[in-house]
Each structure stands twice: as structure tokens, then as C-alpha cells.
Design a protein around this ligand. Structure first.
Ligand SMILES: O=C(O)CCC(=O)C(=O)O
Ligand SMILES: [Fe+2]
Length: 340
């Protein structure tokens, strides 16, 4: 894992930068701020920029970058909200959200989904009572099975960024990479071929939308598209890129058995078993910021007993693409971040 610990002078310089930006905006969702984020990111300490640049350029096999040492004022945050839709106009974690977006901008551009968390760029990950037993980031009692983020979608992010505001019970995020997978070449051949299907995960379903805008034709059309992807998922390979260091696209919980090709199913089962064996725990602590290479590693979360008393685990999450252009047909304007 690439570990990066902020030094005191770097923390002070970041705090100074955040103070200035937070004074100018009401929310990180402000398109003006999103447009300027990459330029603001040039003012982050040089050692931070260098480290994230190397993570992007060298694509380390474990696909995990962990930055720690940023202090988070718990009193300013107040209580962990009961739901991500319980947003005050001005987030108590605005500075941390800005920091996550700036760091993410060193890897690419933040993207949002019109079908997920109401099209917001910065997501809250916190346990929600009604989702306790569900296969969602906001679930708790079930393990969140390891996955590629938004694996079903061709425009899924290249990176996932998470900033931990609090995690009092040290609930682990899980992580596995594909470094020197002991698979025989015949199985690798099959995994590189389009035998597999991945259906949209629960977070993109209309029942998980907060804003009641059933009359919005655009949004309705997006959900119809998700429904089509659910009914007739296209056949895809789960490995791609370089055979010696493959990229992956996997979400076993939402994959159907390959009925017409038992060898392809066997290859997938073997791959899943190997990843299960490698799954590691990464309990994020307050102030930890991790970036996961969504092509090189999978991630999930261990089950836990949520408290629902305002002191629960609370993370902020972003998705980042290296190439905003490839989704242009699905976005309203060149500078828009929302994939529809
Ligand atoms: O809670 C975590 O640590 C991971 C959550 C996650 O993978 C997700 O929400 O997609
Ligand atoms: Fe995830």
C-alpha cells in the first residue's frame, strides 16, 4: 500500500488553502468550484501532488493509496446524520469535502450519477436504519461484498476516494488486488473473453432516490435505462488490459451464473475464490483519506452493528474518471460532471 503521512507544515498549508476556498463557496456541488478544483489542487503541498501523481502514473499493483494525518474537528461535525438526504445547506464537513475533491482532482475529474444519491458528487457513507440489512454502502449488518465500484457501467470511475470523518468502532473497509494471481493461462483466456454479466447494484435503483420528482422525464428515462441494463446486461470480460497485470471489472453479488459456458463459470469461480483469500481489512481512522484504483483492486466493507445515535461511522466518497470525455454523450455539457 502507498502510505503517505502529512507533515505538520503540510497540514498548516492545506488548512490555509481550505480556509480560503471554504470562504468562497456554499457547497462542493457548486459547478464553479468543481470547474476550479483542479487549479486549486495545484496549491496543495508539492510532496502530496508528487505522491498522487506517482500513484496515477505507475499504477501500483495493490491499487491503494492511503493519506493520513489530517485533523478533523469532531465538534464542528456534530452528529452523524441519520440519512444522506439529511443535508444542511452548509455542510459541517465542507472543508473535508473540499480537500477530498482537491486530492481527487490530482487523479482526474470527479463524476456523479443522476441515478445515485440524487446526482451529488460528494456522497455520504453512513449507516441508515432502513438499509440495515441491505447490500448498500449505507447498510451495516450484512457484509458489503467486495466489488468494482459501479462495475455494471461502462463509464464507471477509474478511482474511488473516501475520506473518514469518524469510525469509532474501527469498522474495516475491505480491499484486494490481483497481484500475481496464480491462475492458469487457459482460465485467464476465458476471463478476458465476454462471457459475463453484471447487473446494476442497489444504489442506482429508484427506491433509493430521495428527491420525489416522478414527473421529471429525464430522470425517468435514466431509470428506464438502468432497468434495461438490469433485464438485459451486456456480456463483458471481467479482465482486460495487460495479461501480466490485468484490469478487473467484477461485482459477484450482482453477477448471474454463466449458463452457456461451464468453463467460463469455473474460471470466474476460481478468480472469486482467489480474491476471497486475499481480502484484507483496512479500517479507516478519522482523517484518513484513501484512493482505490477501481481498475486494479476491489473493495467492500465488513458487517457491523450500527449505533444510530449520532456517533456512527461517517465517510465522504467521490468517484473520479481519468477521462471525462469518454462519457460526453451521457452528460449535458462538456463541463458537466453528472452522468445521466
Ligand atoms: O464503507 C466502506 O468502507 C465502503 C463502502 C463502499 O464500498 C460503497 O459504498 O460502495
Ligand atoms: Fe464501493
Amino acid at each position: 500500500m502507498s502510505r503517505f503521512r502529512l507533515q505538520q507544515d503540510e497540514i498548516l498549508s492545506i488548512q490555509e488553502l481550505l480556509k480560503q476556498i471554504v470562504g468562497e463557496i456554499e457547497t462542493v456541488e457548486d459547478p464553479g468550484f468543481q470547474a476550479r478544483a483542479m487549479v486549486h489542487a495545484h496549491d496543495l503541498p508539492r510532496r502530496v501532488r508528487q505522491a498522487l501523481h506517482e500513484f496515477k502514473l505507475n499504477e501500483p499493483e495493490d491499487g491503494l493509496f492511503l493519506l493520513s494525518g489530517f485533523p478533523v474537528d469532531q465538534e464542528r461535525l456534530g452528529r452523524t446524520p441519520a440519512h444522506w438526504k439529511d443535508r444542511s445547506t452548509r455542510s459541517p464537513a465542507l472543508a473535508e469535502e473540499v480537500l477530498l475533491v482537491l486530492l481527487g482532482s490530482l487523479l482526474g475529474d470527479c463524476i456523479a450519477w443522476s441515478t445515485q444519491q440524487d446526482g451529488l458528487i460528494v456522497h455520504d457513507i453512513l449507516p441508515i436504519k432502513e438499509h440495515e440489512k441491505e447490500q448498500l454502502g449505507s447498510g451495516s449488518e450484512q457484509p458489503l461484498w467486495w466489488h468494482t465500484e459501479d462495475a455494471f457501467h461502462p463509464y464507471r470511475g477509474d478511482y474511488l476516494g473516501m475520506l473518514c470523518l469518524r469510525n469509532p468502532d474501527a469498522v474495516p473497509t475491505t480491499h484486494a488486488s490481483f497481484e500475481s494471481l496464480p491462475l492458469d493461462p487457459g482460465l485467464i483466456d476465458l476471463l478476458f473473453e465476454p462471457h459475463y454479466t453484471i447487473r446494476p447494484d442497489e444504489s442506482h435503483q429508484p427506491k433509493n432516490r430521495a428527491i420525489l420528482d416522478a414527473g421529471d422525464a429525464d430522470v425517468a428515462a435514466r431509470y428506464e435505462q438502468i432497468e434495461r441494463m438490469n433485464r438485459r446486461p451486456e456480456k463483458i470480460p471481467v479482465l482486460f488490459g495487460d495479461r501480466r497485470s490485468p484490469y478487473v471489472r467484477l461485482d459477484p453479488y450482482f453477477m448471474d451464473p454463466v449458463e452457456d459456458n461451464p468453463r467460463a463459470q469455473e474460471a470466474l469461480d476460481t478468480l472469486i475464490r482467489e480474491i476471497d483469500r486475499r481480502l484484507e481489512e483496512v479500517p479507516l481512522a478519522t482523517g484518513d483519506i484513501c484512493f482505490i484504483d477501481n481498475f486494479k483492486a476491489v473493495h467492500g466493507r465488513k458487517p457491523f452493528k450500527a449505533r444510530f445515535d449520532g456517533s456512527d461511522r461517517w465517510l465522504k466518497r467521490i468517484n473520479i474518471t481519468r477521462d471525462l470525455r469518454k462519457s460526453r454523450a451521457a452528460r449535458a455539457a462538456a463541463s458537466s460532471r453528472v452522468i445521466q
